[in-house]
Design a protein around this ligand. Structure first.
Ligand code: HSE
Length: 432
């Protein structure tokens, strides 16, 4: 299911717009004035080369929000009727963002957005509107905002022949997992992520993998030309982890990271969730709020790796403003018309990190190994923790096995021992 070369460089943005000539400021209408919108407004007057002028901002309740050098309005028509050069959308969520972005594109106004939910759910419709009016739709800040890699690939069809990707796409959950492994509590780590502006207004979207799943959908659309809904992806959140899992992963020679993976080498598969990442894998060293993406391409002997800040109002605002500055350039992002609907996900055999909690005292690791081996699941390494007479949690790393066999094997262990079982995937270190 490799992307055809010609499509990977397709252009939707049309010719440069005259009003983006170099002498005048670029007049932007801002949809949303939350943490990212406020950072955009602060940085807009300080862009190198061209001045960007915010002509107004859409907010839910303008009354009492003074102090901005532009009008705040509650009606988007007031902004669009002013015919801005570019609309920046940082409202988040699907509506009203979708309707306003469509209205702007239909009027031929370029749009820059950082809205993952909107792109993951409405990309076909939005790109169709962009293609029909010739107005560009830019979204570099929607995925790993600190690393401008999407646009670079949109201009490079050979480099874009990616067949597999593994990534850390949510800054908040990576920040929390990193701090947990250094002894912080979950609540303190989440509180700090909120304070620094990393977390979504509803942080559940970070913790349960929704945000990462939306970003993965955007990536597979661009690289695999596969259209898939975020709710079709297998998704696990980081709230299932405990500190001992993180320590044990270190003892097994790796780390647990909140990962998003997709593979379309043959059958399509995509999933989001915490995973055991061996030390030799580039993602094992991506710490804190950083994100990273490893892209496998048949033209490269080792994965292409991009890493950098994954969240934060300033870094996101800077990338949004770079997109604004580039809206007058001719090349746009990939066209939507060739995206295919995804076939059902099929997962290749993988190693698994498994936790057996509250296992009965009369069972030991040999019993568990035997029960699993009946389903062709073989344990590579065991780790035994807990105090005598206390919680006898045990963790193990399997050899590569089929997920159906694993599910059946874990079911057999659960039935025989009464223990609570939890399993996450292990990534393989890339070759080369
Ligand atoms: N809440 C998101 C994250 C913001 O933590 O990655 C950037 O998309």
């Amino acid at each position: 299911m490799t992307a055809p070369l010609a499509e990977a460089s397709a252009d939707t943005s049309g010719p440069p717009r005259d009003h983006l000539g170099t002498s005048n400021p670029i007049r932007v209408a801002l949809l949303g004035l939350g943490q990212v919108g406020a950072a955009v407004a602060r940085l807009a007057g300080h862009t190198p080369g061209r001045r960007i002028e915010v002509t107004g901002a859409l907010v839910r309740r303008p009354a009492g929000r003074n102090g901005w050098p532009f009008p705040l309005v509650a009606d988007p028509r007031a902004l669009l009727d002013g015919r801005p050069d570019v609309v920046i959308e940082v409202l988040g969520g699907v509506e009203p963002a979708r309707s306003i972005v469509l209205a702007a594109l239909e009027r031929g106004i370029p749009v820059v957005t950082a809205n993952k939910s909107l792109l993951a759910r409405c990309a076909d419709e939005l790109f169709a509107a962009a293609a029909s009016s010739g107005a560009p739709l830019r979204y570099e800040a929607a995925v790993i905002p600190g690393v401008p890699f999407l646009c670079a690939f949109a201009h490079r069809p050979l480099a874009s022949r990616i067949t597999r990707l593994s990534a850390i796409l949510n800054g908040t959950s990576n920040f929390i997992v990193s701090r947990l492994s250094r002894g912080s509590s979950f609540e303190d780590a989440l509180g700090l992520a909120r304070e620094r502006g990393y977390a979504e207004p509803d942080a559940t979207r970070d913790l349960d993998g929704t945000d990462a799943a939306e970003k993965l959908v955007i990536l597979v659309r661009q690289f695999a030309r596969v259209g898939v809904r975020p709710d079709r992806l297998t998704r696990t959140g980081i709230d299932c982890l405990d500190t001992q899992d993180l320590h044990c992963a270190a003892a097994f020679g790796g780390a647990i990271r909140p990962v998003a993976c997709a593979d379309w080498t043959s059958a399509f598969s995509a999933w989001v969730g915490p995973a055991f990442v061996p030390e030799a894998h580039p993602l094992s060293r991506v710490d804190g709020v950083s994100n990273a993406i490893c892209l496998d391409s048949p033209t490269a002997s080792a994965p292409l790796v991009f890493a950098g800040p994954g969240a934060g109002p300033e870094v996101t605002a800077a990338t949004i403003l770079d997109d604004v500055l580039s809206t007058g350039q001719t090349k746009g992002f990939v066209r939507s018309t060739h995206v295919i609907t995804t076939p059902p996900t099929q997962h290749a055999p993988a190693r698994w990190f498994v936790r057996f909690r509250d296992i009965g005292l009369r069972f030991d690791t040999r019993d568990v190994s035997e029960l699993l081996s009946a389903h062709d699941v073989w344990i590579d390494r065991w780790s035994v923790e807990g105090q005598p007479g206390g919680d006898r949690s045990r963790r193990a790393l399997t050899l590569p096995c089929d997920q159906r066999g694993l599910d059946a094997g874990l079911g057999a262990v659960r039935a025989a021992t009464g223990c609570n079982v939890f399993a996450i995937r292990a990534l393989e270190a890339p070759c080369g």
